[in-house]
Design a protein around this ligand. Structure first.
Ligand SMILES: NC(=O)c1ccc[n+]([C@@H]2O[C@H](COP(=O)([O-])OP(=O)(O)OC[C@H]3O[C@@H](n4cnc5c(N)ncnc54)[C@H](OP(=O)(O)O)[C@@H]3O)[C@@H](O)[C@H]2O)c1
Length: 297
């Protein structure tokens, strides 16, 4: 009989890839939760509403919940921390408590922004020290997840890109507007190191961790997954332009630092704990970014 998995944030950038990955296997019976975009077979549940979460969890009775829903826009979090905390903190507590009541396992999706970026690469045992409210809320979400049930797990990932609905869905694909506009110079940050990671790779890792969990019940605590290509936004933009056959002469390296909320300079994640399980999938940025952007060029 198929195992039951519930995915929160199933309408989001990563959630859609997770849904696709689980649906590709007969071993899994999957339900996706969403909020404002709950059409096309997804169930509408506001995760900050405790009773709604309890009802959804009791109805489907998942063995596994992949908790991907979040307010992940750093600047929105700084502007309205109260609303965002309801999603990232209360929502996480509601999911974990409801899961515990039916003995379900939770995998909480977290971020490299829990680190300050001063001493990479970060091991799963390193202490978080987030620089902005978003990072703080995700670090709190991790604590809640493991405090409600120490057998739960956390998967930290870096900046993501993948199959997008709009360019602004990803901090990587949103660079395209400036890359395409060759009429003026475009300054791109050349300082902060990132590891742009394809959502399909993360979804694969999540399904493999879930497969191990249903079999051996020994996936607990903190895990990291990330691509291994070191890139600044400048590098991402130039590669994007080159792959798309556009001129990149107007793209300039900007070393003055990014405005807005503080972000880590380099929060590279050490992924050895996942690699030791024999789980590895890394898509090369230059081989995927053209495909991701093809309907926007
Ligand atoms: N994107 C990145 O670069 C990145 C990097 C590191 C870590 N992460 C983490 O990865 C996870 C997924 O991120 P993402 O990029 O897929 O985010 P996203 O595209 O912004 O999607 C967010 C999801 O959360 C749902 N959601 C928001 N408020 C909700 C509420 N009150 N009740 C129920 N659902 C709600 C949204 O549903 P509706 O749209 O239907 O309202 C949507 O499905 C997050 O935990 C994020 O912190 C993301």
């Amino acid at each position: 009989m198929a195992n039951r998995v519930m995915v929160t944030g199933a309408s989001g950038l990563l959630g859609r890839a997770i849904m696709k990955e689980f649906k590709s296997s007969d071993a899994w019976n999957v339900i996706g939760l969403a909020f404002s975009r709950s059409g096309s077979g997804l169930k509408k549940v506001d995760i900050s509403d405790k009773n709604a979460v309890i009802d959804a969890v009791n109805e489907f009775k998942p063995q596994i919940i992949i908790h991907s829903a979040a307010e992940r826009r750093v600047d929105v979090m700084e502007r309205d921390p109260v609303t965002a905390s309801k999603i990232n903190l209360d929502g996480t507590e509601n999911i974990c408590e409801a899961a515990k009541s039916i003995n379900a396992w939770v995998l909480f999706i977290s971020t490299d922004y829990v680190f300050d970026g001063t001493s990479p690469p970060y091991k799963v045992t390193d202490q978080p020290n987030p620089l902005n409210l978003y990072g703080k809320s995700k670090a709190e979400g991790e604590k809640i997840t493991l405090a409600v049930n120490k057998d739960n797990a956390v998967l930290r990932v870096p900046v993501l890109y993948g199959c997008i609905e709009t360019l602004n869905e990803s901090a990587v694909t949103c660079l395209l507007a400036k890359v395409k506009d060759t009429s003026c110079k475009a300054g791109m940050d050349g300082k902060q190191i990132r590891f742009p990671t394809h959502c399909d790779d993360v979804a694969y890792v999540i399904k493999e961790l879930s497969n191990r969990q249903v079999k051996d019940k020994n996936i607990e605590g903190i895990y990291h997954w990330s691509n291994d290509e070191k890139m600044t936004k400048y590098d991402m933009a130039v590669t994007m332009g080159t792959v798309l056959g556009l001129s990149t002469d107007h793209i300039e390296k900007d070393m003055s630092g990014m405005g807005g909320a503080s972000r880590p300079d380099n929060a590279q994640l050490d992924c050895s704990r996942v690699e030791q399980l024999g789980i590895v999938k890394r898509t090369k940025y230059s081989s995927a970014i053209g495909d991701v952007l093809k309907s926007f060029t």
